[in-house]
Design a protein around this ligand. Structure first.
Ligand code: BGC
Length: 262
């Protein structure tokens, strides 16, 4: 049997940095995920060092594409603003910093966008046309908007101002933990959040990711929305899988361009 193509995905989060090789045919992890806690001082230096350590721990051939999912909007790779890592990330050219730290050519993508791509290719949004919204509920709230399977990048809907608050400060999973909310109390906040997003965008499907999505039976049925709202299939692997898939597409695109030039 032919060996499936692999790419390596890394998901940088507020509490952990996780990486694994991904089988691009199935979207499954090709080896166990490795997780290293995010350094307390989550500066560019400290975080890129952990990324390099993760990549090295897998002994990957040099031509395996590497993709990194990052919790901020990226303007041609440059961090536009940063909510949940060290403030010195603002303005950093992320691919350049990652290339320097790892000695490889790394593709960078917003973490929620990566999760959206992962779910669209392999998970809960597979084959879905129309407007699909994926929201990740973790340290912050991330959003990915897909229209007929095409990503509209950097939507940042976690920072909508709702009732005078930055939405993620009230409705992210970290708010549930910080304020010791039970799922019923938290669901009220999610209701307010998703009804606002639904009013603005009229998605036909909402997919909910992030680690807490494994407890989806405890809060998704409490929400009353027009669109179906379903848990992510890849759960919190979606960022890794989507980043790997994006890196492979970028690498393939470069190869095609090289061939076209010949
Ligand atoms: C960031 C987003 C990110 C989300 C989830 C937000 O605070 O601004 O870029 O996708 O957190 O990590």
């Amino acid at each position: 049997m032919a060996k499936h193509d692999l790419a390596f995905g890394i998901d940088i989060g507020g509490s952990g940095i996780k990486g694994a090789p991904v089988d691009l045919e199935t979207g499954e992890l090709a080896a166990d995920r490795v997780r290293i806690p995010t350094p307390e001082e989550s500066t560019p230096d400290a975080v890129t060092r952990v990324v390099a350590e993760l990549v090295e721990s897998f002994d990957l051939p040099k031509d395996v594409p590497v993709g990194v999912a990052f919790p901020a909007p990226l303007d041609h790779g440059v961090v536009r603003f940063i909510a949940n890592l060290h403030p010195s990330w603002k303005g950093v050219d992320l691919p350049a910093a990652l290339n320097a730290a790892t000695g490889r050519s790394v593709t960078a993508i917003n973490d929620a966008d990566a999760a959206g791509v992962g779910e669209q290719r392999y998970g809960a949004a597979k084959g879905k046309d129309g407007v699909v919204l994926l929201a990740t509920l973790g340290t912050g709230i991330g959003s990915a908007l897909l229209v007929d399977g095409v990503l509209v990048p950097n939507t940042e809907l976690g920072h909508l101002e709702i009732d005078g608050h930055d939405a993620e400060s009230k409705a992210a999973d970290s708010a549930r933990e910080r304020e010791n909310l039970d799922f019923t109390q938290w669901a009220k906040r999610l209701q307010r959040y998703f009804e606002t997003v639904e009013m603005l965008l009229s998605p036909e499907l909402i997919v909910v990711g992030g680690g807490v999505s494994k407890h989806h039976e405890q809060f998704l049925p409490l929400l009353d929305l027009r669109a179906p709202i379903i848990p992510a299939k890849l759960r919190n692997k979606a960022g890794i899988v989507g980043a790997a898939a994006m890196a492979a597409s970028v690498a393939g695109h470069h190869k095609d361009k090289k061939h076209a030039k010949k």
